[in-house]
Design a protein around this ligand. Structure first.
Ligand SMILES: NC(=O)c1ccc[n+]([C@@H]2O[C@H](COP(=O)([O-])OP(=O)(O)OC[C@H]3O[C@@H](n4cnc5c(N)ncnc54)[C@H](OP(=O)(O)O)[C@@H]3O)[C@@H](O)[C@H]2O)c1
Length: 331
C-alpha cells in the first residue's frame, strides 16, 4: 500500500511517499481502507519529536510509529477473528489512539479504540470534523464549563477546528457567543452563528471587564492571569493548551463560588465516552446545528505540505488528507 512514511524526526519534508506491506488485522482489529484522515496540530509532535518529552511515547532517537495520523474515515475490508461488532463494507470513522497509522491506504484499527459506523444518512466527509474538534469542544463546554442558556461565552481561535465546533456547540446550548479571530475570518465565524466577533488584530478581548461567564481558549493564545479580570463572578476559563498553573487548578481547585480555570485531556477519555459524544454530535449534524468548517484537502503524497500549513497556526477549520477519488463515494 502507499503511505507517507516517517523514518526520522525532522521538518515536514521528512515524509517519504512509498510502498509498504498492507497491515494484516489481528484478531481484535479491523482493516480499514482509508478515505480521509485528519491533519491536526498534534501530528507535528510525532514527526518532529518536539517537545522532547513527547519522545517518551514516540521513540527517543527515532519515531517508533513510522506511519502517523490518528483520525480516519474509511471502509472495512477485513475483520479479525474475534470481531463481532463490525463487518466488511461497514463505513466507519474513529481514532487509532497512539498506534496512529491513518496516513496510508489501509489502517489496522483495534476495536477497543473509539471507532463507530458512519450513519447512513450522514456524509462521511462531514463526520470527520466531529472527531477533529467536536469531541474536544463538546466535553470542554458541557462538562467542564457546564454551559447554559444566556451564558456569555467567549471562544478564542473560533476559526480553527476546535474553535469552530465550540461556536456551534455553544449556540446549541443557547449561549451568547463572542468569537475571536483575525480580520480575514470575521465572515467565517459569523457564518458559524457567532453573535459577536472580536477581531484580535483590533481588540484585546481581555479588556472587557467582568464580561464573560465562560472563556474557552481553543488555541492557547491567552493566559488565565490576563483573562481572569474579564470573567464574571464565578466565571470559568478553559483552555486546550494549559499552563502548569491551569493544570494544577484543574486537579485541586473545584470551588465554583470563585472564578476558576480548568483543562481536560479530551483525547485520553475512554472510547465509550467518546462514542457517546459522537452520537450527540451526529444528532447536531443531522439537525443542521453543526455545519463542519471544511478546510484544505491534500493528497497523501502532500502530507508534509499539509502539516507545514497546519503548523502556521492559521489554518481554517479541518484539514484533511484525501485518499480516494471522488467517485468512490459512500455507497
Ligand atoms: N486538550 C485537548 O484535549 C485537546 C484536544 C484537541 C486539540 N488540542 C489542542 O488544541 C489546539 C487547537 O487545535 P485546532 O486544531 O483547533 O487548532 P487550529 O485549527 O490549528 O487553530 C487555528 C486557528 O487559530 C486561530 N488563531 C491563531 N492565532 C490566534 C490568536 N492569537 N488569537 C485567536 N485566534 C488565533 C487562527 O485564526 P487566524 O488565522 O484568524 O489567526 C486559526 O483559524 C491545538 O494546540 C491542539 O493541540 C487539545
Amino acid at each position: 500500500m502507499k503511505t507517507s512514511y516517517c523514518e526520522r524526526y525532522g521538518g515536514p519534508d521528512v515524509y517519504q511517499f512509498l510502498e509498504v506491506d498492507t497491515p494484516k488485522p489481528k484478531e481484535n482489529e479491523v482493516l480499514v481502507k482509508v478515505y480521509r484522515a485528519v491533519v491536526s496540530p498534534t501530528d507535528g509532535n510525532f514527526r518532529s519529536g518536539k517537545p522532547f518529552i513527547s519522545r517518551l511515547f514516540s521513540g527517543l532517537v527515532k519515531p517508533k510509529m513510522k506511519i502517523h495520523g490518528e483520525m480516519f474515515v474509511g471502509i472495512i475490508v477485513e475483520i479479525g477473528a474475534q470481531v463481532t461488532d463490525f463487518k466488511a463494507n461497514d463505513l466507519v470513522y474513529g481514532t487509532n489512539g497512539m498506534k496512529l497509522g491513518a496516513y496510508a491506504e489501509y489502517i489496522a484499527v483495534d476495536i477497543k479504540n473509539a471507532i463507530k459506523k458512519v450513519p447512513s444518512d450522514l456524509d462521511y466527509k462531514d463526520v470527520l470534523p466531529l472527531l477533529d474538534g467536536g469531541i474536544t469542544a463538546l466535553p470542554f463546554l458541557k462538562e467542564l464549563a457546564e454551559v447554559k442558556k444566556d451564558d456569555v461565552v467567549l471562544i478564542n481561535g473560533a476559526s480553527g477546528a476546535v474553535g469552530s465546533m465550540a461556536v456551534m456547540i455553544a449556540k446549541h446550548y443557547q449561549a451568547h457567543v463572542i468569537a475571536v479571530c483575525s480580520t480575514k475570518n470575521v465572515e467565517v465565524v459569523l457564518d458559524l452563528g457567532a453573535d459577536e466577533v472580536i477581531d484580535y488584530k483590533k481588540e484585546d478581548f481581555t479588556k472587557r471587564l467582568n464580561h464573560y461567564h465562560i472563556i474557552f481558549d481553543t488555541v492557547g493564545k491567552s493566559t488565565y492571569g490576563q483573562s481572569k479580570k474579564s470573567l464574571k463572578s464565578r466565571g470559568i476559563y478553559i483552555t486546550t493548551v494549559p499552563t502548569l498553573g491551569v493544570m494544577l487548578q484543574s486537579l485541586f481547585k473545584k470551588n465554583k463560588d470563585k472564578k476558576r480555570a480548568s483543562f481536560m485531556a479530551a483525547g485520553l477519555r475512554k472510547a465509550k465516552v467518546k462514542i457517546k459524544d459522537l452520537v450527540e454530535l451526529e444528532n447536531l449534524l443531522r439537525s443542521g446545528e453543526l455545519k463542519p468548517l471544511h478546510g484544505k484537502v491534500y493528497p497523501l503524497e502532500s502530507l508534509g505540505e499539509a502539516q507545514a500549513y497546519v503548523e502556521t497556526g492559521h489554518k481554517i477549520g479541518n484539514v484533511t488528507i484525501e485518499m480516494i477519488i471522488e467517485k468512490e463515494n459512500q455507497k
